[in-house]
Write a protein that binds this ligand. Structure first.
Ligand code: SME
Length: 162
């Protein structure tokens, strides 16, 4: 794999949005989380981990469907980049995970990270976590593109079954 973000091919997030809409043809949360993280892994270059953590216990993130190495579980809201996303309900984009004191290193290869909280109304359902072995893998376009994919995921999924 390339070591340089600039060498990655451009990702057409508009195309990915249309493909994901076609892929998510059931409202089942287990099916849709599994399909979505597999789809992102196949479609977005330069990732070593892509998956969901689910808010299934108070103030706690439980590991859900993912692609990559076995990962840390559970993650309390008080810890890590994922905990910060869950507490703030704001996307967390980290260019250098080594610079984040309480980053939780599940895979030692990870260098940058994008975490998108999944909420509707005042309910936090969980989050999508993407890791890359490349420093600063995620730019503004990636963040906006993946956030748009998560909007489709939320619209197309019966979140109460998560
Ligand atoms: N790095 C995350 C933990 C989850 S793994 O990357 C899959 C964090 O600091 O919250």
């Amino acid at each position: 794999m390339t070591q340089n973000r600039a060498e990655l091919p451009e990702t057409d997030y508009g195309l990915l949005a249309r493909q994901l809409e076609a892929l998510l043809d059931t409202r089942d949360a287990l099916t849709n989380t599994a399909q979505t993280c597999a789809f992102i892994t196949q479609s977005v270059p330069g990732l070593n981990w892509a998956g969901f953590y689910l808010h299934r216990k108070p103030e706690t993130l439980i590991l859900g469907p993912f692609q990559g190495k076995p990962a840390c579980n559970p993650i309390p809201f008080t810890k890590g980049v994922c905990g910060a996303a869950a507490r703030s309900r704001v996307t967390q984009r980290v260019d250098d995970v080594h610079a984040v004191e309480d980053h939780i290193a599940c895979d030692a290869d990870s260098r940058s990270e994008l975490v998108i909280p999944l909420s509707s109304g005042d309910q936090l359902w969980g989050l999508l976590d993407l890791d890359s072995p490349l420093p600063a893998r995620f730019n503004d376009q990636d963040q906006a593109g993946i956030e748009a994919l998560m909007k489709i995921f939320i619209e197309r999924t019966d979140l109460a079954t998560l």
